[in-house]
Design a protein around this ligand. Structure first.
Ligand code: C2E
Ligand code: CA
Ligand code: CA
Length: 295
């Protein structure tokens, strides 16, 4: 009973203090599973096994020019199978492991990009990483170690980071941008972004959330929202990417609205590093003529 009370207490604290929580049967399993995942994730990180990065290319409007790629973490686990990143990232955040995991992702992505002609690589950064006073130094060290030019790195942050009334975060973002790293606002439209903050040019690019893109062509109001977001990016003079592009119709609508960067299953799934390079290499260069239609 004491153990169960403790679990309920933990849940209550997690959901905000000054509240109570009745123990429910599945809390036990959930906690057990979290602890298991945590210890296995630690193991994977220390040994560097089982976790890897996939790269999803981001395309220009022509649908074939690769502008850059987003690094997405993958963890193939013997027991749990392929655990979705959103799930184990949340556990890593909760258990204080996101710093270590995030550093590994940065090192791995920069090391990969520097050996390729990929124009840039985008890395997802947790709000907790940015709150860490040592983050900018850590990042500078990773760039120095790997030799990647700061202009080839983009960091994807979420709107909650901008709401964060935290000087560490703001100072870090400003310093990163000064060093030439681009800051991308991910999942744009789902949070509560301050237009003031955007106006003060604290970011370089907006990424329209896939929930809006997904409704394009099916729902009139979402078309209006997407158009407004693209116009907003234009007015602020920042870039704009549409994520989760799955159909030709969605892509055509986005192109007509003035969107310039496209990411989604229509164009490419997240790929193994070698697959990405093969895809990029197979693209006709600017001067090459299309293969002749054989007689
Ligand atoms: P995100 O940053 O919004 O990443 C895009 C997600 O959309 C990826 O899911 C990608 O596989 C998926 N996606 C791409 N194109 C399409 C499409 O056309 N349709 C649909 N339905 N989905 C598409 P994934 O890889 O499962 O990642 C989920 C989330 O986990 C990411 O969302 C990001 O927030 C987080 N994440 C992934 N890798 C990292 C990482 O290295 N660090 C941190 N902090 N978070 C990460
Ligand atoms: Ca992202
Ligand atoms: Ca996103």
């Amino acid at each position: 009973m004491l153990r169960k009370a403790d679990i309920a207490l933990y849940e209550a604290k997690k959901n905000g203090r000054g509240r109570y929580q009745v123990f429910a049967g599945d809390m036990d399993d959930l906690l057990l599973r979290k602890r298991q995942v945590e210890s296995e994730l630690r193991h994977a990180l220390n040994g560097g096994t089982g976790i890897k990065l996939a790269y999803q290319p981001i395309f220009a409007a022509d649908g074939s020019t690769i502008l850059g790629a987003e690094a997405l973490i993958r963890w193939g686990h013997e027991v749990h199978g392929g655990l979705p990143p959103a799930q184990f990232i949340a556990i890593a955040e909760e258990r204080g492991m996101i710093g270590q995991l995030g550093k590994w992702v940065l090192q791995e992505a920069c090391r990969f990009a520097v050996g390729t002609e990929l124009p840039w690589v985008a890395v997802n950064v947790s709000p907790l990483q940015l709150r860490d006073a040592g983050f900018t130094e850590q990042l500078a060290a990773v760039l120095a170690e790997t030799g990647l030019a700061p202009g080839r790195l983009q960091l994807e942050i979420t709107e909650s980071v901008l709401l964060d009334n935290n000087d560490t975060t703001r100072t870090a973002l400003a310093a990163l941008r000064r060093s030439g790293i681009a800051i991308v606002l991910d999942d744009f439209g789902t949070g509560y972004s301050s237009l003031n903050y955007l106006r003060r040019h604290a970011i370089d690019k907006l990424k329209i959330d896939r929930s809006f893109v997904n409704l394009l062509g099916r729902d009139e109001s979402s078309a209006a929202i997407v158009r407004a977001l693209v116009d907003l990016a234009d007015a602020l003079d920042v870039g704009v990417t549409a994520e989760g592009v799955e159909t030709e119709e969605q892509k055509a609508l986005l192109v007509a609205m003035g969107c310039r960067e496209f990411q989604g299953h229509l164009l490419s799934l997240p790929l193994e590093p070698a697959q990405l390079l093969r895809l990029a290499g197979l693209l006709p260069g600017k001067d090459s003529t299309p293969a002749a239609v054989s007689a």
